[in-house]
Design a protein around this ligand. Structure first.
Ligand code: FES
Length: 359
């Protein structure tokens, strides 16, 4: 293995003999433009070699030489997608080759719609453990929550109790706030009284994404954040990203992680702005183009790139936030919109639902 250092962030990564600079950069999380998806066609992945052990760089082939600038201003320049690593090297990514330069604005329009959340929070008092007759914590919680919902029974999953049991003094709590999904499933129990019921709405685009933190009772948008999609290091269009997954299926997990990590940072920042905790986000909805929706859910999007261009699935799906690695209430349900076809995704359906004929 060879040691590769990538500037300007001084990221360091191990690379196999013969691995390309661009692959090493991806592993290190460094963003290098790759408009053609690393196929040696565009010249956008130009990097400058800072230092290299003797023989550490493969010789440029004919196609690379054709794309290299004729007389760059001093130094050794190479195309990251074609240059092979055969020893320890350090290189820098000039500003014009950096993939994510700044968070772009993602234009959006707010449309007033009636708020009809599928979750609600209730605060209830819980009988003490010694109450007669003796009952388990789960039983005492159920006995407190069900009447507050005017129901005879509710579903209190073991996972919700397991989360609660991680808290100090969980068995003696006198008052709790329960978050209930579709008036039946208790997806979260927290000590004390929590006032706000909030949710997260995210539109994942190929070049950028936008996240809205909303008050689910009033419908008010409390905070908005946009950022460049970090998957741009795998190419600027969906075809390039599909090609990468086709060539190396492990890329899919990395693409997903990049997106979720950035999204979590944005959500953390948005929550601070509006003064809520991340576990106050108890519901979420995601839309995107079909490729982005596949990648978000960890599903190989290859079939979208070849005839008959069909998605792997097309129905709306619901998953728990913790399964996506989202840093909101762990058992919050995340609804990912249905798709019409391989190139009409949940983003289009969401626009039609909210804008109707105006869209
Ligand atoms: S030439 Fe296009 S990414 Fe390298």
């Amino acid at each position: 293995m060879h040691r590769v250092v990538i500037h300007p962030d001084s990221r360091s990564v191990e690379a196999r003999d013969g691995e390309k600079l661009l692959h090493a950069a991806w592993k290190a999380g460094a963003g290098i433009k790759s408009v053609c998806g690393g196929r040696g066609k565009c010249g956008s992945c130009l990097v400058q070699i800072e230092s290299a052990a003797p023989g550490a760089l493969g010789e440029p082939g004919e196609s690379e030489s054709e794309l290299l600038p004729a007389h760059p201003a001093g130094g050794t320049y190479r195309l990251a997608c074609l240059c092979e690593i055969h020893g320890d090297i350090a290189f820098s990514v000039p500003p014009e080759s950096q993939a994510v330069l700044a968070a772009p604005r993602k234009p959006h329009t707010l449309t007033a719609v009636a708020a009809r959340p599928v979750v609600r929070r209730i605060s209830v008092r819980v009988d003490p453990p010694a109450f007669d007759p003796p009952r388990s914590l789960a039983r005492r919680l159920t006995d407190a929550i069900a009447p507050a919902l005017s129901r005879r029974a509710i579903h209190l999953p073991l996972g919700t109790i397991a989360d609660l049991s991680a808290l100090r003094g969980f068995d003696g709590l006198a008052e709790v706030t329960a978050t209930v999904h579709r008036e039946r499933d208790v997806i979260q129990i927290l000590p004390g009284r929590r006032a706000r019921t909030c949710g997260l709405a995210v539109d994942v685009g190929t070049t950028s994404f936008v996240a809205f933190v909303c008050d689910l009772e009033s419908g008010e948008v409390l905070a908005t954040r946009t950022a460049g999609n970090p998957q741009a290091i795998y190419g600027e269009d969906v075809i390039s990203r599909m090609t990468h997954v086709q060539q190396d299926p492990s890329t899919l997990a990395t693409m997903r992680r990049l997106l979720v990590d950035d999204l979590n940072r944005l959500v953390d920042d948005a929550c601070r702005e509006c003064g809520i905790a991340q576990d106050d986000l108890v519901d979420a909805v995601f839309v995107g183009n079909p490729t982005m929706q596949h990648v978000l859910l960890g599903i190989n999007p290859e079939s979208l790139g070849r005839g008959p261009y069909l998605p792997v699935w097309s129905d709306g799906v619901e998953v728990e936030a913790r399964d996506l690695g989202l840093a909101i209430a762990p058992r919050a349900r995340v609804f990912v919109f249905p798709m019409v076809s391989g190139y009409i995704g949940g983003d289009t359906i969401a626009a039609l639902l909210t804008r109707g004929a105006d869209f």
